[in-house]
Write a protein that binds this ligand. Structure first.
Ligand code: DGT
Ligand code: CA
Ligand code: CA
Ligand code: ZN
Length: 578
């Protein structure tokens, strides 16, 4: 059993225990175990196979260790098999529905025998869910909407969650002796926040061999098609995945074509036609007979011979990039290596899974110079939000820890709740004691657009609010954004000198990439924040950079590319003078 398989079993045990109403700490232990297994740097499969391999690993207690051991050695877990017997397999479908937690699922199951999506839908349509205590007509409508949303989202995956898998597949393909060039194209390469299918590309003389071997990769669950130039498979995580095998001289054209977007390609092809070239996925031909096509070895040669600057894949959405490239006016985009620190991170003080020490250790391993800690504030009770007293203790602890750190600084902050009227969860005198503050909405999502926009603007008008957190509260593939007027938010951020966060938790990617260019042009700074709830999730800053690039952001537009000394100076100044 591989790493993902083990984590999946632990995650499912957590769900079933929750459904049974078991002790929440026990539930949490399994969930955390799944996270640890996924994040471990060592070869966890090998470790688990050895008798004492996992002794002393943080987040994995004795009971969990024995269960993982059993899983690794027998491929099965008796405890899980018995637990599963108590429920039908289809019950897991219900956990995918927004607004349905274990408590509600249990009630539906006990009272109405709902044990699958199909049954839930039928039961809602019959109006029976409305009559159930604790549900009501409104909830019933919401559930129907959530099920409809699930159908529209079905089959897409989060960019931020598939990176390790994709890089692993690329790496294996690169090692193939018959392969000279490899790339992943499509929406993945363009850094769309969600990805439909994966489009791999190889240059080879032995297309049939490579296609055949591709279908035997460990990530593959089923083969859909396999021929001399193309293979199509379904991966274990449910994703569809194509491989196209082309000749070496076709590779740049295929890479350009299959990277897309379709809209970008259409515009590029019509530009080529105007210049006398017919461009497709195999090559470039003169429209008039007799003309000679120039040599193309790399993808960038195609742009160059059309008189364009090279257009980074993230920008290829036909949103002005071709016109800018023609005028030599493309921005030089921010890069991961430009980041010097990051803000908006949680610890075990609120709902994070790692201690302050652990988070700092990871940030230093990432090569950062500073880390902003912002645990939740008191109104976020579900997340064990800090009250004033606990916040002051945390500030003191951070202060003490900073003394011992060389060349690194922890910034003490708070992710302060924006209350319904736009006031904040802490008084100004408390906020004044912080190095920085992220203000976010975590409740009352159902205001109309104008009221929600005024609420966010009022928060930004507070002189202590350094940044606005996850602007729309969206959860990709799960929960729609709440209504906000982005243009007004950006204007207000510009007027008040408030930074806007690019929350790069894979589920969020919020503010959306389509708005960043406008923000940048109004002089609003972006902070690429992982909203990390564990040390492993600090690594999401990398995918955050890709979304920032997609939003046309340069190094100078991203606050956390600034070195520590500059950030310290910035945070000390009053908002209006920065
Ligand atoms: P996805 O998979 O839905 O996340 O989005 P993409 O962009 O990866 O789309 P996909 O996989 O259907 O196709 C990959 C690329 O191939 C696409 O970005 C552009 C190119 N392509 C596909 N169909 C067409 C087409 O009809 N016309 C043109 N010009 N390009 C196409
Ligand atoms: Ca695709
Ligand atoms: Ca495709
Ligand atoms: Zn938040």
């Amino acid at each position: 059993m591989n790493r993902e398989g083990m984590a999946d079993v632990l995650e499912k045990i957590a769900l079933l225990l929750e459904l049974k109403g078991e002790n929440p700490f026990k539930v949490r232990a399994y969930r955390q175990g799944a996270e640890v297994v996924l994040a471990m740097e060592e070869d966890v499969v090998e470790l688990v196979g050895r008798k004492d391999g996992l002794v002393g690993v943080k987040g994995i207690g004795d009971a969990l260790r024995q269960k993982l051991h059993e899983l690794a050695n027998t491929g099965k877990l008796e405890f899980y098999e018995q637990l599963k017997e108590e429920f039908p397999e289809s019950i897991f479908e219900l956990f995918e529905i927004q607004g349905l937690g274990p408590k509600k699922i249990k009630a539906l199951y006990d009272a109405l025998g709902v044990d699958s999506l199909a049954k839930l839908k039928a039961t809602c349509e019959e109006g029976k869910v409305a009559d159930l205590p604790g549900f009501g007509a409104k909830t019933q409508v919401k559930l129907l909407q959530a099920m409809a949303a699930n159908e529209t989202f079905a089959g897409r995956f989060l960019l931020g969650s598939i990176g390790t898998m994709v890089e692993g597949m690329l790496e294996t393909l690169r090692l193939h002796p018959e392969v000279s060039r490899v790339a992943v194209a499509g929406s993945y390469r363009r850094a769309r926040e969600t990805v439909g299918d994966l489009d791999f590309l190889v240059a080879t003389k032995e297309g049939a061999v490579v296609c055949e071997d591709f279908t035997t990769l460990p990530q593959v669950e089923a083969v859909i098609a396999c021929g001399g130039t193309k293979a199509s498979v379904r991966l274990k995580n449910g994703m569809q995945c194509d491989l196209r095998a082309v000749k070496n001289e076709e590779f740049p054209f295929a890479l350009q074509y299959f990277t897309g977007s379709k809209e970008h390609n259409v515009a590029l092809r019509s530009l080529a036609l105007k210049q006398g070239w017919s461009l497709n996925e195999y090559g470039l031909k003169p429209v008039k007979k007799g003309a000679q096509a120039p040599a193309v070895e790399e993808e960038k040669d195609i742009y160059q011979l059309l008189g364009l600057q090279y257009i980074e894949p993230e920008l290829r959405e036909n949103r002005g990039e071709i016109e800018a490239a023609a005028e030599n006016a493309l921005p030089r985009l921010v890069e991961t290596m430009n980041l010097r620190g990051t803000f908006h991170n949680h610890t075990t003080e609120s709902d994070g899974w790692d201690s302050l020490e652990g988070m700092v250790e990871e940030a230093r391993e990432l090569g950062l110079q500073y880390l902003g800690i912002s645990d939740h504030s008191k109104s976020s009770v579900y997340a064990r939000g800090l009250d004033e007293e606990r916040l002051l203790e945390q500030i003191a602890e951070i202060g003490k820890m900073n003394v011992g750190l060389e060349g690194f600084r922890i910034f003490a902050g708070s992710e302060v709740d924006i209350l319904k009227d736009g006031s904040l969860d802490f008084e100004d005198e408390t906020l004044a004691k912080l190095d920085f503050c992220v203000a976010s909405v975590h409740s009352v999502f159902n205001l109309d657009e104008d009221a929600m926009t005024r609420r966010l603007c009022r928060a930004m008008e507070n002189g202590h609010v350094t940044m606005l957190g996850h602007v729309t509260g969206r959860q990709l593939l799960k929960r729609e954004a709440y209504a906000v007027d982005h243009a007004r938010i950006i204007d207000c951020a510009a007027a008040t000198g408030t930074i806007i966060e690019l929350n790069c938790s894979p589920l969020r990617m919020d503010m959306d990439w389509r708005w960043w260019k406008r923000a940048r042009d109004k002089g609003v700074l972006c902070s690429i924040n992982p909203d990390a709830h564990s040390r492993a999730r600090l690594h999401h800053i990398g995918v955050g950079v890709r979304l920032a690039r997609k939003g046309w952001l340069r190094r100078e537009d991203v606050f956390n590319t600034r070195p520590l000394a500059e950030v310290e100076r910035f945070l000390k100044l009053p908002k209006g003078e920065r």
